[in-house]
Structures are given as structure tokens and as C-alpha cells.
Design a binder for this molecule. Structure first.
Ligand code: AMP
Ligand code: MG
Length: 989
């Protein structure tokens, strides 16, 4: 080891202190007022402590040791003549000068301390690949690089770096230097390169290192920092952070492509880029003109991007700072870098210039308080922790403004590149380096969350934003276009190019009448007791329609249906339509209160029912017509299609669905909607309906799919007995006995069928459609295994979109994280928009909006609610085009298919029924003993299970009082036949 290096060893530190004091006194820096916390002195401690940042890393390493996440690898390319011996000597000199390069970390009783080794064994292998040609050489090199960069370190073994020299060609060398973060940071690299250069060039001339010994070492800084952090001034700084990061801290959920692992994995990759020269220049000009640094401008754009991606306006981004504010620290190697949490509000749509000044303010303040190590900030802020997320911020922005690196080493050109070692400490880090001309940089991203094409798109958006910011500094940030023109075209037009070109003024019953004409003897409806041909169906429906008309029913009104699942059900539906009325289905199993509410709310005049159901019908509200009392007849006058002109824009049905205000609401669907929905089905599904098993209640809009698809296509509608939907065994038996070809059900029901059935029982099935709730990958696996030849589809759509809006044909997606809901069906448009109705890019979660032919007329007698949920379609030229705001969260996959991502509100699905929890809350709040109510949906095994859960939840509250109120509600409820607690119809929930 060279003699000057030994000077910096610990033996000489008393001397150094004296010399340093003298030097500083000479400069007038150490008057009587000089305080220890301003000047760092050698500490002479036997076992110096770790710096605060080191301590955190040390703990992390104890927790999840063996990871390369905190290992940095640098590839220093040298082109030209290199004296390898001198390079090695120079590097050894450097190791001698800096104690940190010879330090490892031991512990006593769990407390780590630094151990400086005087002469550690430093291995510096030299690999000569210059004799190997082209590809083979590169492959060998990559193997070396991979090994060097991905091997973890043992913190209690010095040195915590690895160095090797690879000779690629006679005039081409790579010096590969890999270090653990605990001894190193980005700035250190600049120190290493410039010192290496100085020593190497001297060594080449046969001289010793020209560098003066170091005044202080890293351990001195660590001891000094420890003392300083306990001082009063620091308490003040902590107070700043407590304030700055107070309140609710948003967790930035970026558009992960893949489900977030429960434990952070650190798997990562780099995505490198360069910004065009002309853009780089205009960014520089902008920052001059608007009095901000380039880094603030770039950070502002990044914050806009993050805000658009997440819908958050409170954006916290981590930013590394060199943390070398003392001139004394500038020349040291070591882990100094600190992280600042820069929090900026993007609220109230600031202009670009205003936002930049907000970012300037928030980052300057953070800079002023940068002395507090980030881990201490975490300690005082105490954010809620989960192991899958980084605390306080999840995304980093790093602007490299470390001193410029030397570009030559002796006779060789020197060029440095960071080695990608497949790790990422954060979800996402944007690194930008301000070189001479073009700005260049890279995204470091967690590969457990993002795919490379997502990062590529993100870069495109970042670039577009930067361009638009420079072009319109006084525009509100909300106006800035994020999408490239091509993306916009694709999202708004190409993927919505669903026009079928068919426009008809048919009413839905005309299509069924046409089937009755064409194939009168074909079987239309069957159940266990009865079978109706198309001719029977049509004749019976005509008879009832004439009866309705004769008893004063005016076309254009509503006719309620209160019927069990008999063959009369489709007859009554068709009859109401033929009479020019819309049908309003009410399930007789609904609680009495709900039946009465719907009758009253809709203002229906007549209700078609059966004598056997009269006692469940509040007959004071409506005049019932009992189907079993309308005599069958073949009288031509009443068996022919009634001559009622029906406008296709008239209503075909009204279906009630849960409402958050405590009352359900009726969705109004026109003939045009229904004809569209049905035709789209006949157009989309390759297999025409043979026999369709109608599982869902007719009060639920998925029944609409089966009834009209089947009857308009001439198939047979099979009506199983009441409650079959809950009895999978019964479903399987029915499929087998009746030769069912088409099935549409909840994914959970299909799961039960698959689990119970023997393969031969399902032999008749051709098409299975799951809808209403998310289709799991497990279900697809199960289906593929049991029914490899049966087509499986995932349909999505709200009642307001007339049954279905998108569909996905499931093939072999058994290894996908999630099954898409597909693309819009014919004549339907879908958009994924943010809160300002701007289209969001692929991969970004927003709200799903539906436009086109399926959009219902609105909610019956609920104009305010209709205006809230049904808007003018801003992306369609037709003036009457409307959009329905679904409340569903969704995102596009790169191929245009849509992924369903849950609800924005508290709507849940229970056995396929849409329940707004607010509806139940509103009902509970009406009770005298209850001020506030929160309803949550939870799966329970038994009522005991529920009791336990409830006790846990209300914990310290007055359990007896709560139980009493609940009991009261229950008894009131059963007296009224259901009501509050049973917003879900009994038969389904
Ligand atoms: P409904 O109006 O009763 O048909 O319910 C419509 C709602 O059910 C949608 O807004 C979604 O929240 C949910 N939904 C329907 N189909 C699906 C599906 N295939 N995957 C996930 N959720 C669905
Ligand atoms: Mg539906």
C-alpha cells in the first residue's frame, strides 16, 4: 500500500485534527463562534457508528439480505491504450485513501458499528477476452458483467466492492466496478473517476499519487451526523417534515400491468431514452425564461403525468439529493445521498407556469430541510405501512447534476454506463441526466408491476406533455394533451368502429311474430309441465294483448308483471309489448314493501298476474288481471296480432335496480335499445340458439338476453322451476334432460355446474356465457379442463346499456392475471375517461363510459339522476349521441380489450344483484335509534360467523344496544315482509 494512503489511516487522526483546526483558523472559519455541528472533525472512535442512511440499509439487509437491490455496478469503458498495471495500482491507492472502501459492518448486541480494515484483501481479476471473436466475446463479457453485478454482498466482510478489468481488444478495456450502496452513491462515482484519473496518470509517469491526504473520513461524518441529529436545531427540521407530510398521504397506484406482490421484490429493469435535441433546448429555454431549474420543470411534467395516471392531485415524489452541503464532504466516497419527499398539490388546475412555481416552492422547502435523513422523516411521519409499498412515496425522480465525469483516462477515452442488474428499489424512478446536448435518462421500473411496453408508452406521454408544456406555458395543466395523436385516434375512433350499418325501425315483438310466421310449429317455450310452439305463444300473447286493450290499457303505458316462472311469463311479456305497452317485471319473491314501492313509484295501471299470487300483491294499488282467468280461444279476432302502431322509440321494458338514495330506480329501455341489443347478439355469436336455459329471474336484465335472443332467433326457451338457479344439481339435470345448448349465468354458478356435473351431462352445451360479475382465471381453467370444446364468453354490461355492452371470447387465457371483458359489441362505443372526461391511455385506470345504440332512455321519473348518469357523448358527431357513466373502473389492454377494475362507489354485486350499499344505509338511518350507518358487503359462512365479526367490528361500543336495534329492525322487517335488510330479493340473496 502506498505511503500517502497510510497517512489517512486512523493512526494519524489526532494530527489531522490539529492541522485541520489550524487551517480553518487561518481561513477565519473557526472563531470562538465556530460550532461543532458546522465543522466535521475526525472522531477517533474505536467503533464508529453507522450514518443514519447506512443504518437503514443495514437493517434492510438484515431483513432481506442476499438481494442485489442495493448493489450498483458501473461499466467504465476505456478505448485506447491502457496500462493495466498502473490502473490496478491507482485503484489500490484509491482504496487506501478512502477508509470507507475498506470498511465493513459488525454488530454488538444488535447495534452495528463500522470496522475499518487496514489492509483488506482486494482481488482485482483481469479477464482477457481479446482473443475471442465478436459474438462469443460479447457473450462472455455479459456473463462476467451479470455475475459481478448481481452477486449480493456480506456487510460484515470488507471490501464492499468488486473490481475487475476486462480486456476486450488490444485498445478496448472495461473497468467493471460494483459497490454496495452502504459505501457508495452517485456522487461517489464522480469522486472515484476523477481520483482514479489523477492517480493513474501520475502512476503512468512513474510518480506517486498527487492527491493530498483526506482531512476526514466517512466514519467521521457518521459520528458527526449522529451528534447533530440529536441537537435542538434538528427538532425544528423534523417539525417541518411532520407538517409537510401531515394529513392523509396518497398511495400512488400506478397502472400496474400485473398484480402487486404482497412483499416488495425489488425485481426491476431499466428503460433508457434520449429526448430530442430540439425539445431539450426548448426545455432549457423555458427554464431560463420562467426562472426555474431544468430539474423543477422536468419534475413538474412528471407530476402531471403521475396525476393523470392515478387521478390523484396530491403528488409526492421522492428525490435524491447529494447531501454534501459541506465542502468537507465533497471529496469523499460514501453513502451520503438523502431522499426528499417533494409534495405538490395539483389542485385547482394551475397553469403550467403556476405549477412550475408550486414545484419550485415545494422542492426548495424540501431542500432547505434536507439534512434530516429520510428514515427519520419516516419515523416522525409514521405513514401507515404495508410491505408491498414504499412508505411516503412510491415513485422517484432523479436529476443527475453530479459533477461531470472525466472523459479521458491517460491515453484512453473514458465512457461510463450504469449496468442494469435487474433490480428496482421503487415502483418507478425517472432518471434524467443533463448532458451537453440532448437530455438523456432512463426509467427504472419494477418488473413485477410493469411491462416494458407500458414504460415505452409512459415515455411517449411524458415527451408529449413536455412538448405541450413548452408550447403553452399559460395553459391550465388540465388542457395539456397527454396522448399522441395516434393514440387518441385509436382510443376514440378505431376501437369504437363498431357501426353495423343496420338501422331499422322494427319493434322487438315484430321479430318474434316473424318467427311465428316462419316456423309456427317450432317449440318456443318449455318447462316441466308445458310446451308452447311459436304459434301457441303468439296466439296466447295476442289474446292477452287484446284483453289488455279491451280493458282500457292505453298504448304507451306500463304493464306490471307479477308472475312465477311458468310458460305464461314470456306470453305476458309478449302480450304487453303487442299492446303497445312496456313491461315492468316484479318478482313475486320480492319483499312486500319493495313490491308496493315499485308499483307506486312506476304508477302502473295494470298488473298481469295469477290468481295464486293475489295474496302477495298489494291489490289496493293496482287492478290485477289474472292470466288464468282470461279464457283461451281460437277466435280470429283475438288471436291475430293486434293492430297497434308502436313507435320504436317507445319503451319496451322498465327494470328496477338498487339506488343509493334509499330507493330503487327504474331503468327505461326502448324497443330500439332492445332490438339493437338482440340483433348485436345474433350478429356476434356464431352458434344460433338451440335451447336456452333461462336461469335468472325475469326481474333481472340478464333474463332479457335469453328471452329475446332465443325467441327472435327461433330457438327454445327452457324455463326451469323456481329457485333452480340456486340448485346446481338441478341445473345440471335440466341441461342433460332438455339438451340445453346455451347457458348464460353468473361465473359462480358456472363454477358450481362444472364442479358437479359429469362430462356427459353437459354434452349438449355449445355456448356458455358468464356475466354480471368478474370471471376468474380459475373458472377458465376449470372450464377448459371440463368442457374443452364448449365456447366460453365473458359479457359485461349494466342494465342502463341494455344487458350487454362488451364481450370477450375466452380461449386459453389460463395464465393471464385477469380475464378481460372484451370490446364493445356492434353499435356500441366504450371510453375510459378521467374525471374531466378526457380519454385515458392504454393501461391507465379510469371510469368506463358507454355510448351507442344500447344506451337506455334514463331512469323513470328521476330526471336529476338521469342527467347525472347520462351525458352527451362529446366524442361522437351525432348530436343526439349519449353516454352512460357506469361507475365501473376499467383500463384498456394494448390490443383494445378492456379489463374491469372494480367500482368507483359502494355498489356491490350479491348473487348477481346490483346493490347500492347506500340504499341499505339510508333505510337504516331512518330508524330512530340510528344516526349513522355503514353497510359493508362481506362473505360469511354462517350467522354465527357474522355475529363474531360484528362483535369484533363494533368492539368497544354498546353491543347490547346495537343488538337490540338490529333485532327490532329484523322484526319490523319480517312484519312488513322483507324491507330494509332485504334490499336483495329473497330468492337471490
Ligand atoms: P346490472 O345492471 O345488474 O347488469 O349490473 C351491471 C354491473 O355489474 C356492471 O356495472 C359491473 O359493475 C358488473 N358487471 C357486469 N358484468 C360484469 C363482468 N363481466 N365482469 C365484471 N363485472 C361485471
Ligand atoms: Mg346485466
Amino acid at each position: 500500500m502506498a505511503s500517502e494512503a497510510q497517512d489517512s489511516g486512523s493512526g494519524a487522526s489526532a494530527d489531522r485534527t490539529r492541522l485541520l483546526r489550524l487551517a480553518l483558523e487561518k481561513k477565519g472559519l473557526l472563531g470562538g463562534a465556530a460550532r461543532d455541528d458546522k465543522l466535521i472533525l475526525p472522531c477517533n472512535a474505536a467503533s464508529p457508528p453507522l450514518s443514519s442512511a447506512q443504518l437503514r440499509l443495514w437493517f434492510l439487509e438484515q431483513l432481506s439480505g442476499g438481494s442485489a437491490a442495493y448493489v450498483f455496478s458501473n461499466r467504465i469503458e476505456l478505448r485506447g491504450g491502457v496500462d493495466v498495471d498502473c490502473l490496478e495500482l491507482a485503484f489500490r491507492d484509491l482504496v487506501g485513501r478512502h477508509e470507507v472502501m475498506r470498511t465493513c459492518y459488525s454488530q454488538r448486541d444488535g447495534v452495528p458499528y463500522q470496522v475499518v480494515i487496514d489492509e483488506p484483501e482486494v482481488d482485482m481479476p483481469i479477464f482477457d477476452l481479446s482473443g475471442i471473436d465478436g459474438e462469443n466475446r460479447d457473450r462472455e463479457y455479459r456473463a462476467i458483467e451479470r455475475r459481478e453485478s448481481s452477486e449480493p454482498f456480506d456487510l460484515d466482510q470488507a471490501p464492499l466492492f468488486r473490481a475487475c478489468i476486462v480486456k476486450m481488444a488490444p485498445e478496448h478495456f472495461v473497468f467493471l466496478l460494483t459497490l454496495h450502496h452502504i459505501v457508495y452513491d452517485g456522487w461517489s462515482l464522480a469522486v472515484i473517476c476523477s481520483e482514479l484519473k489523477a492517480i493513474y496518470e501520475a502512476r503512468c509517469r512513474g510518480r506517486p499519487s498527487p492527491l493530498p491526504p483526506l482531512e476526514i473520513q466517512y466514519a467521521d461524518f457518521a459520528s458527526w451526523q449522529r451528534r447533530r441529529l440529536q441537537s435542538e436545531a434538528m427538532q425544528h427540521e423534523l417539525e417541518y417534515w411532520r407538517r409537510a407530510l401531515g394529513g392523509h398521504l396518497p398511495v400512488l397506484e400506478l397502472n400496474n400491468d400485473l398484480p402487486r406482490p404482497e412483499l416488495q421484490s425489488y425485481n426491476g429493469s431499466l428503460f433508457r431514452f434520449r429526448l430530442p435535441l430540439e425539445l431539450s433546448e426548448s426545455l432549457r429555454q423555458f427554464s431560463h425564461r420562467h426562472d426555474c431549474t431544468l430539474s423543477m420543470l422536468l419534475l413538474s411534467a412528471f407530476k402531471i403525468l403521475l396525476s393523470r395516471y392515478t387521478g390523484e392531485t396530491d403528488i409526492i415524489v421522492g428525490m435524491p439529493v447529494a447531501n454534501r452541503n459541506h465542502a468537507q464532504l465533497e471529496g469523499l466516497i460514501g453513502f451520503f445521498v438523502n431522499t426528499l419527499a417533494v409534495r405538490t398539490s395539483l389542485e385547482r388546475d394551475p397553469t403550467v407556469v403556476e405549477l412550475v412555481s408550486r414545484v419550485r416552492r415545494s422542492s426548495s422547502e424540501a431542500y432547505i430541510h434536507q439534512d434530516i435523513p429520510f428514515d427519520q422523516v419516516v419515523d416522525v411521519v409514521q405513514p401507515s405501512r404495508d410491505l408491498g409499498h414504499n412508505p411516503i412515496f412510491q415513485v422517484m425522480f432523479a436529476f443527475q447534476n453530479t459533477p461531470a465525469l472525466p472523459t479521458v483516462l491517460g491515453d484512453a477515452e473514458m465512457h461510463l454506463e450504469i449496468v442494469d442488474n435487474d433490480t428496482s428499489v421503487f415502483d418507478l424512478t425517472l432518471n434524467i441526466h443533463d448532458g451537453a446536448g440532448e437530455l438523456d435518462g432512463y426509467f427504472e421500473y419494477c418488473t413485477d408491476l410493469f411491462r416494458p411496453d407500458t414504460i415505452a408508452r409512459m415515455l411517449g406521454h411524458y415527451r408529449t406533455l413536455l412538448r405541450n408544456m413548452v408550447a403553452a406555458p399559460h395553459a391550465g395543466i388540465g388542457e395539456l394533451q397527454l396522448l399522441t395523436d395516434e393514440e387518441y385516434r385509436q382510443l376514440v375512433y378505431t376501437w369504437n368502429d363498431t357501426d353495423s350499418g343496420s338501422s331499422s325501425d322494427d319493434c322487438i315483438h315484430h321479430l318474434i311474430e316473424a318467427q311465428a310466421d316462419r316456423r309456427p310449429e317450432a317449440l318456443a317455450i318449455e318447462n316441466t309441465d308445458e310446451r308452447l310452439t311459436y304459434a301457441d305463444l303468439n296466439r296466447r300473447a295476442n289474446r292477452i294483448a287484446h284483453h289488455l286493450l279491451a280493458s282500457g290499457n292505453v298504448p304507451g303505458t306500463l304493464v306490471a308483471l307479477f308472475l312465477d316462472r311458468s310458460c305464461d311469463l314470456p306470453v305476458a311479456i309478449l302480450a304487453a309489448l303487442k299492446a303497445g305497452s312496456a313491461y315492468l317485471p316484479i318478482d313475486p319473491s320480492y319483499p312486500r314493501d319493495r313490491v308496493a314501492f315499485i308499483l307506486r313509484d312506476s304508477g302502473v295501471d295494470s298488473v298481469l298476474t295469477h290468481t295464486g299470487l293475489l295474496d302477495r300483491l298489494p291489490t289496493d294499488l293496482v287492478e290485477p288481471i289474472c292470466l288464468d282467468r282470461v279464457a283461451d280461444t281460437s277466435d280470429d279476432r283475438v288471436s291475430s296480432n293486434p293492430a297497434v302502431e308502436v313507435d320504436p322509440d317507445r319503451l319496451a321494458y322498465v327494470i328496477y335496480t338498487s339506488g343509493s338514495t334509499g330507493e330503487p330506480k327504474g331503468v327505461m329501455v326502448s324497443h330500439r335499445n332492445l332490438v339493437h341489443s338482440t340483433r348485436a347478439r345474433m350478429h356476434y355469436y356464431p352458434e344460433p340458439v338451440g335451447c336456452f336455459l333461462l336461469l335468472s329471474s325475469y326481474a333481472f336484465d340478464s333474463s332479457v338476453a335469453g328471452i329475446f335472443w332465443t325467441l327472435c332467433q327461433g330457438g327454445t326457451l327452457h324455463l326451469p322451476p323456481q329457485d333452480t338457479e340456486r340448485d346446481a344439481q338441478q341445473i345440471v339435470a335440466t341441461i342433460a334432460e332438455s339438451g340445453v345448448t346455451h347457458l348464460l349465468c353468473l361465473p359462480s354458478v358456472h363454477g358450481l355446474i362444472l364442479a358437479l356435473a359429469r362430462a356427459e351431462q353437459l354434452a349438449s352445451l355449445r355456448t356458455v356465457i358468464v356475466a354480471g360479475e368478474s370471471c376468474s382465471v380459475e373458472l377458465v381453467i376449470q372450464h377448459r379442463a371440463r368442457l374443452p370444446d364448449v365456447k366460453l364468453y365473458n359479457e359485461y354490461g349494466p342494465t342502463e346499456g341494455t344487458v350487454w355492452s362488451t364481450v370477450y371470447e375466452i380461449r386459453d387465457e389460463t395464465h393471464w392475471p385477469q380475464i378481460p371483458i372484451g370490446r364493445p359489441v356492434s353499435d356500441v362505443r366504450t371510453y375510459i375517461l378521467d374525471d374531466l372526461l378526457r380519454p385515458l391511455p392504454v393501461g391507465v385506470i379510469g371510469e368506463l363510459y358507454i355510448g351507442g345504440a344500447g344506451i337506455a332512455r334514463g331512469y323513470l321519473e328521476r330526471e336529476d339522476l338521469t342527467t347525472q348518469r347520462f351525458l352527451t357523448d362529446p366524442y361522437c358527431d351525432r348530436p343526439d349521441a349519449r353516454l352512460y357513466r357506469t361507475g365501473d373502473r376499467a383500463k384498456f389492454l394494448p390490443d383494445g380489450n378492456i379489463l374491469f377494475c372494480g367500482r368507483r362507489d359502494h355498489q356491490v354485486k350479491i348473487r348477481g344483484y346490483r346493490i347500492e350499499l347506500g340504499e341499505i344505509e339510508a333505510v337504516l338511518r331512518r330508524h330512530d335509534g340510528i344516526d349513522e350507518a355503514v353497510v359493508v358487503a362481506r362473505e360469511i359462512e354462517s350467522s354465527e360467523d357474522f355475529g363474531d365479526w360484528l362483535v369484533n367490528r363494533i368492539g368497544g361500543h354498546d353491543l347490547a344496544a346495537v343488538t337490540e336495534i338490529l333485532a327490532q329492525i329484523e322484526s319490523e322487517d319480517s312484519r312488513s315482509g322483507g324491507g330494509a335488510a332485504a334490499a336483495v330479493p329473497e330468492s337471490e340473496a
